[in-house]
Design a protein around this ligand. Sequence first.
Ligand code: ATP
Ligand code: MG
Length: 435
Amino acid sequence: MSSNPNNSVKGRVRSIRHRLAGQRVRLKIGMHFGQSILMTIVMMVVWLAAREYAADITVPFMERSRQITVASSFMDVRSFSDLHNLMKTLKYTVVLPGAEKAVLDELVFAPFLVICSFTTGLFMLELLGDLLSYHREQHRIKKMLAPLDEIAARAEEITNFELSEEKYHLIEEKITSLEPGEEAKLSFGDEDLLGIERAMNNLLTRIRESNRQQARFVNDASHELRTPIAVIEGYANMLARWGREDEKVLDESITAIQNESEHMKHLVEQLLFLARGDAGRTVLKMERVDLCEMMQSVYEESLMIDENHIYKYSCPTDPVFVEADEGMLKQAVRILADNAAKYTKEKDEIMFAVGIASDTQVYIQVQDTGIGMKEVDIQHMFERFYRSDEARSFGGTGLGLSIAKWIVDKHAGHFEITSREELGTRIRIMLNRVA
Ligand code: ATP
Ligand code: MG
């Protein structure tokens, strides 16, 4: 625990504030001083330039007199030697005897004194203003450093916080006696432990939410599996009763069982993928991937397996690279392509594209002219087993996009969806570009 306020974090922030305010005031004074000198010089030069004069001056130099003819004004300076002589005039003003001195006094020294008095007076006023602004500066810096003050206050709180043995026991006791019921919450009834209480209750809420999701997933999965199993069972019973004699029943049952087992196989594969992903057992093999090459291969696959739609493909002329697991990313695009084909009428267009969104972001996109989605469907489309009412007449499980999302999340990417009912859907996967 720190007892000396100057050594405390707050004390140190305060001293930083004083130092910064002092620095700012010193800077202002320096600036004003410089300004005054500059102003004096400028005014002198303007004065001299404005005055026409001529002078032949005798300058005592190393115990000998030298006659100097100066240019009659700055305007008359034509050569370096004119300028040199003029400067000498100014330099020897104070030592010049007699009439020449009087001329130069009037020419240089008197206005110099007037200008100096004026700029010094001005500087004094500014200096006073600068000194008086110290408190205002401190206030401004205090406002600017408010977040730092807050951090300092928190740091001090943490430094001063001591967890007594008694409090340890209280925490231990409350956690042990907590019922694992749905809404049970921890309450220590101690001001000092409010932070820990809040953090632990947040953690409990998150764990419960995750458990709820898990339970919902298992529930939905078993429900989805029950349907094909029931169908297969039904046809198997039909086969057992009439299949041997009735050829029509035999054919129908075999086709149905084949279809249902195919559907079940697909479903189990999807479930396994998600379960492995959730358990952290899927390892991605990241490498530099040329998006155009990858997209083109999915496009060619689609051309081959689906003759019912018109496929198009576009890619920028510059190569577009990302850091990705190529196999996984392809799987995500295939899921989008599969949806586009499923929810688009035959002979309609499906467009694959790669594009550059910004210096750092690129995208791959699948666009269709199919049934489109309502706003509410867009909000839920990535949820496991979610299917819109319109989509239910088409086959599917509602897991495709959940898998695609898992893959895109693992690539630190995100989706951008544009969809209109009856018009079509455009799904973009945004990814970080690499050189
Ligand atoms: P599967 O798991 O077999 O892919 P699915 O296609 O129904 O089944 P998802 O791919 O996860 O499941 O899609 C979820 C839902 O999002 C779909 O049921 C559909 O309502 C909607 N959807 C997805 N893509 C499109 C699309 N291109 N056009 C219209 N609706 C779409
Ligand atoms: Mg799908």
